[in-house]
Design a protein around this ligand. Structure first.
Ligand code: NAP
Length: 248
């Protein structure tokens, strides 16, 4: 059964990792997929082709999620190209890890701008369309680190915790118009973001996860499928940990 037949979706940061996994699973479920990247043009164009071959409309857009004006222009272009937006997934994110003692101001600001300000930019840009439709689902990619904190990631954890507060506030603001807003808190997912970590540290994490493995982008994509589709029609303002039991 296809759960998103004919739905129009925007995903930020889908040129690799979790975003690519979401785009693939959503296209398999019949969604038309608009997605962004910041610099990885070749993989983005390859993904666009791959999605089109699944029989849906798909388009890659170069757009910096941290920029308010670029986000507004992106949404206007997607509305022109796709005719509507039913689902927004705020997925773009970066890390700039360091202990507070060594964390530069610009590394704090950059992480907050790309991970958190982007959520404001994109949600504000799609809000009018969703209000008019009286329908919409917004999904924010937080992290278990935003729930429990992590030494060496104060900037990242603050951005991800901020996304949770934003999610709950928007769920309260827009619920009466049938617009839902939920967050996903992935645990350790094996992508380029985590590939740069020390393998010994990573193995230690895997051993500590009740399901004894890191997650795959598809694990997160399946949770997004639930929040994007009518299966979660009575669910809003929630944070779903998808972490193999890490936070249990
Ligand atoms: P990733 O492999 O590093 O991919 C990040 C994606 O974001 C890329 O497509 C990148 O595009 C895009 N991006 C970066 N800066 C951007 C900007 N300013 N504007 C638009 N797009 C931008 O990361 P991932 O592991 O898939 O993570 C995806 C999301 O899940 C992030 O929000 C991350 O914090 C969250 N998360 C990941 C894990 C994990 O274990 N992997 C755990 C918890 C939460 P370019 O390739 O063009 O730079």
């Amino acid at each position: 059964m296809k759960l998103l037949e004919g739905k129009n979706v925007i995903i930020t940061g889908a040129s690799r990792g979790i975003g690519t996994g979401i785009a693939q699973v959503f296209a398999d479920h019949g969604a038309n997929v608009a997605f962004t990247y910041s610099s990885s043009e070749a993989p983005a164009l390859a993904l666009e082709e791959e999605l089109k071959n699944k029989g849906v409309t798909a388009k890659a857009y170069k757009s910096n999620a941290a920029s308010f004006s670029e986000s507004e222009a992106l949404v206007a272009k997607v509305l022109e190209d796709f005719g509507g937006i039913d689902v927004l997934i705020n997925n773009a994110g970066i890390t700039k890890d360091n202990l507070l003692m060594r964390m530069a101001e610009e590394d704090f600001d950059k992480v907050i701008e790309i991970n958190l300000k982007s959520v404001f930019n994109m949600t504000k840009a799609v809000q009018r369309t969703m209000l008019k439709q009286r329908n919409g689902s917004i999904i924010n990619m937080s992290s278990v680190v935003g729930v429990k904190g992590n030494a060496g990631q104060a900037n990242y954890a603050a951005s991800k915790a901020g996304m949770i507060g934003f999610t709950k506030s928007i769920a309260l603001e827009l619920g009466s118009r049938n617009i839902r807003c939920n967050a996903i808190a992935p645990g350790f997912i094996e992508t380029e973001m985590t590939a740069k970590l020390d393998e010994k540290v990573v193995q230690g994490w895997r051993d500590g996860i009740p399901l004894k493995r890191g997650g795959a982008p598809e694990d997160i994509a399946n949770a997004c499928l639930f929040f994007a589709s009518d299966l979660s029609g009575y669910v809003t303002g929630q944070v779903l940990n998808v972490d193999g039991g890490m936070l249990t």
